[in-house]
Design a protein around this ligand. Sequence first.
Ligand SMILES: [Zn+2]
Ligand SMILES: [Zn+2]
Length: 264
Amino acid sequence: MSPTPLPVAPTWWAQSRISPDITLLREPWVTELLRCNVWHVRGKRRDLVIDSGLGVAPLLPQLDITSGHEPVVVLTHTHADHVGGWHEFPSRWLHEREAGLVDPDTSEPDLASLWAADLDIQESDHMRAAGYELPDCFLTAVPHHGFNLDSLPHHPAVPTRLLREGDVIDLGDRAFEVLHLPGHSPGSIGLYESREGLFFSGDAVYDGPLLDELAGSDIGEYIDTMRRLTEISVQTVLPGHGEIFGEQRLREITSGYLHRRDKT
Ligand SMILES: [Zn+2]
Ligand SMILES: [Zn+2]
């Protein structure tokens, strides 16, 4: 679409150690809107990977998986910036309400191209109105020579476990409760660990412009989710985008959303 060649990135993934057993991976060459946080949690019995990036470069080989552990990927939801590396993992879990969106027989790509001009017009208007800049291209570099910018890889793969509200994901030394948090998307989930107050929140809540008018979004459900999150007790929110924050900022974000959207 554009003749301007992008440089080849020296390395695709940037990693930072959040704690002895939690690593954050990001794709610095993906523009802000689609730069998702991938969280790798090393447990005593299994390694959990929360979300999987855009899928333009392999994720699994980058992970320092604990020897003998089968890595499990859990999607907070199936938007293109979270589902990209899903097919690489032998164990693939997500909420039952989005199972059809990764089914090889029925699924359509959430995003087929890396060019903003190819976005659905209503969705791009919503993103701009929310405060996002939409650059021409969602990448500022390519992962390798010959990379095709005109089609985003789409690798649907059947889930190996469907998650529901209240399910427990046990890593051996810590366990996460599945919270169903619809609104941004129908099957959005968060993973909550009450002992340390850890909350992996996906795109249900992060410290940036929230999106509630995408295909599959539901503002009424989002209001209920935000009401629920005003009650939750957390130490650390590890979101789907942007930086880590704490309970006070969570309260500000949820009350800000409810002030803006909840007129009842
Ligand atoms: Zn999303
Ligand atoms: Zn996202």
